[in-house]
Design a binder for this molecule. Structure first.
Ligand SMILES: NC(=O)c1ccc[n+]([C@@H]2O[C@H](COP(=O)([O-])OP(=O)(O)OC[C@H]3O[C@@H](n4cnc5c(N)ncnc54)[C@H](O)[C@@H]3O)[C@@H](O)[C@H]2O)c1
Length: 352
């Protein structure tokens, strides 16, 4: 049942009407963004199987309707698009339902953990002729965009090395990890995408990882600390470093080194103040987590999604872009298990 709090006067304007599924961490970020920072979009309804979450988000962000039955959203003729922000294990089910209902789709990463399941969902989307954008928001971050421009413009010559540091301030709850697919599928997937965004396709990965932060994560069969080496199709050698816990906050740094120089981006801080005294030169900690550090990128990715649909243009991060990092994560997991470099062709022969 859909509970309508307010009847908004939407009129016959060009506004894209969205429904959001999932009112957890990222669902709330997108609800906030779409209701306050993205022109040409409005959130009509929000659904979460945990009814109080849907209700609280609707009330906080002024969303007219909320429900604990996500299927009800697909019945709403008012909706042009669905933003899927629920747990990863629900994504392909909702993608297929939305596509069959003729709704455009924004879906959070990763699409799923299983390639056959992803392919079935992408086939349904293609058959329905709707758009699907995947939530790789870091592509819309001003720092990462400038790095890419430096590479593409030849400002650092021929790229040779890439290093990505990506550390969270604290692990998510164990219940989240259980359905997330673990560190490589859930967290490093963003860094795998960043590799492709900056430098193109990767052909081989070699992963090492361990559980150094929380034994409960290890007991659940996951790791919380990892380093992965990567070989790109264009010859670049890369590395990604992940930790689920950096005590000083969200640590997001990237460096690309080339024949004519290097381009690097650092952490973002809430202020730019440096305090110098007789004992040290210091500053405040970086922004604590993704909701703050990447706030602008979430607005930019949603603005791009809305613009693509309004102008009938391809979305900037499509289903294939969602699938490719899942192949990389699977190669990383096999490498970890078998303690050897793994070529992506081993995982996805037909596409490699
Ligand atoms: N792009 C990013 O920066 C980013 C950041 C965080 C999470 N994510 C992704 O977003 C998704 C959600 O992550 P989160 O951190 O918000 O998790 P979360 O656990 O905080 O929230 C998930 C929500 O989905 C709801 N839910 C679960 N099953 C549902 C169902 N069948 N129907 C409706 N609602 C359902 C839960 O009740 C919960 O409120 C994950 O796929 C995650 O990988 C992306």
């Amino acid at each position: 049942m859909i509970c309508v709090i307010i009847r908004a006067q939407l009129g016959a304007c060009m506004t894209l009407k969205l429904g959001i599924i999932g009112a957890g961490r990222i669902g709330r970020v997108h609800a906030d963004t779409l209701t306050t920072r993205v022109a040409g979009a409005t959130v009509w309804a929000i659904a979460d199987i945990h009814a109080p979450s849907a209700q609280a988000a609707a009330s906080e962000f002024g969303i007219p309707a909320h429900t604990d039955d996500p299927a009800a959203l697909f019945e709403l003729p008012e909706l042009d698009a669905i933003a899927i922000c629920s747990s990863t294990d629900t994504h392909t089910h909702f993608i297929k339902m939305a596509a069959r209902a003729g709704k455009h789709i924004f879906c959070e990463k990763p699409i799923a953990h299983d390639l056959a399941e992803i392919d079935a969902a992408l086939a349904t989307v293609a058959a329905a002729g709707v758009q699907l954008q995947i939530g790789f928001n870091r592509r819309f971050d001003a720092n990462h965009i400038r790095l890419k421009r430096a590479i593409d413009n030849g400002e650092i010559g021929a790229p040779q090395l890439l290093h990505i540091i990506s550390r969270d301030p604290a692990p998510p709850p164990i219940e989240y990890i259980a359905v997330s697919g673990g560190l490589m599928m859930d967290m490093m997937i963003h860094d795998f995408d960043m590799c492709r965004f900056l430098l193109g396709e990767v052909v081989e990965v070699f992963a090492m990882g361990d559980c150094m932060v929380d034994p409960a994560i290890g007991a659940d069969g996951d790791i919380d600390t990892a380093k992965v080496m990567l070989r790109f199709e264009n010859g670049v050698i890369g590395s990604i470093e992940n930790s689920r816990q950096a005590v000083y906050g969200y640590d997001q740094r990237v460096e690309v080194f080339g024949s004519q120089g290097a381009a690097s981006s650092g952490n973002r801080h809430a202020n730019a103040v440096t305090i110098s005294d007789g004992g040290s030169v210091r500053r405040d900690l970086p922004m604590n987590f993704f909701m703050d550090r990447y706030r602008d990128s979430y607005a930019a990715e949603m603005a791009a999604f809305v613009a693509a649909i309004a102008n009938d243009q391809p979305v900037p991060v499509n289903g294939d872009d969602g699938r490719a990092p899942v192949v990389m994560a699977k190669a990383g997991l096999r490498s970890l298990r078998e303690n050897r470099p793994v070529r992506l062709a081993e995982i996805d022969g037909a596409k490699a």
